[in-house]
Design a protein around this ligand. Sequence first.
Ligand code: UDP
Ligand code: MG
Length: 318
Amino acid sequence: MRLVSIIVPCYNEEQVLPLFYPEICKVADECREKDCEFEFIFVNDGSRDNTLAVVKEFAASDPRVKYVSFSRNFGKESAMFAGLEASSGSMVAIMDADLQDPPSLIPEMIRILDEEPYDCVGSRRVTRKGEPPIRSFFARMFYKIMRKMSKTEIVDGARDFRMMKRPMVNAILEMREYNRFSKGIFSWVGFRTKWLEYENVERAAGETKWSFRKLLLYSIDGMVAFSTTPLAVSSVLGLIFCLVSFIALIIVFVRQLIWHNSVGGWASAMCIVFFISGIQLFCIGILGQYLAKTYMEVKKRPIYVVSESNISDDSAAS
Ligand code: UDP
Ligand code: MG
């Protein structure tokens, strides 16, 4: 028998967990003939509702259910990392609790990892049906810019729903960075990935945890974590402005020598002063973003803090 770990980050999911759990159990039953045993690792990311109680109820009657509960909300990235650390399966899948990641794809993922030469099966949605159009627009923009800026390939529409073999999981666990941007991390570690495509499914119950503000901050995190292009752009801007000002200097100098009328053009001069100081502040801001991230990394704070769990330390693979 092989062990398949299913990691489920949960933040305020009391409504949807009772729908999710039977579905995943059904899938586990289906896979029995494939010689697969399952463990379900629910990571309670500091939920304010009864998520933990619901998970404990599952655990009471099902030895396959493991849980890790955080001391507060650390975000989905931390929850996924905690799940990977707690997992001991030879295949590990990450999926959302809200049934937006169809559990029915799991048997197909196992089949692909078994029969085809891949280390990882990812999923990407080809439509964004049911999402506010403005959000889709910004999401598309983000992927476009990211593709231009970063050497690490960030796939448009890729979800965190994926199944990986153990070597890839171990590689990800090696990356103990504090500012985690999984879409980048998954792709940075490499390995052969097959993409399954599917239409967007709407949440089964409850609400999305991502506000527009959170998504925007997340996208900045992603850019800073996987690209230093903004720094290069600000250096280039600096050079261009130096060049322009040097030419302007020569023009003013020559004009003064020939016609003695360098005064005048006050308004345009002011505009230029404002423009240049704007650019300077902008570039210092970019620098600041990187510095802030570096500051957080240097502190080496833990990625999450556990308050409760039913997993003993030595049973986890790493
Ligand atoms: N999630 C989490 N911590 C957070 C936010 C979300 O663990 O701070 C979990 C959430 O419970 C769900 C998954 O991440 O299982 C995806 O969240 P959601 O469905 O709200 O995001 P969306 O599908 O809208 O991108
Ligand atoms: Mg969702």
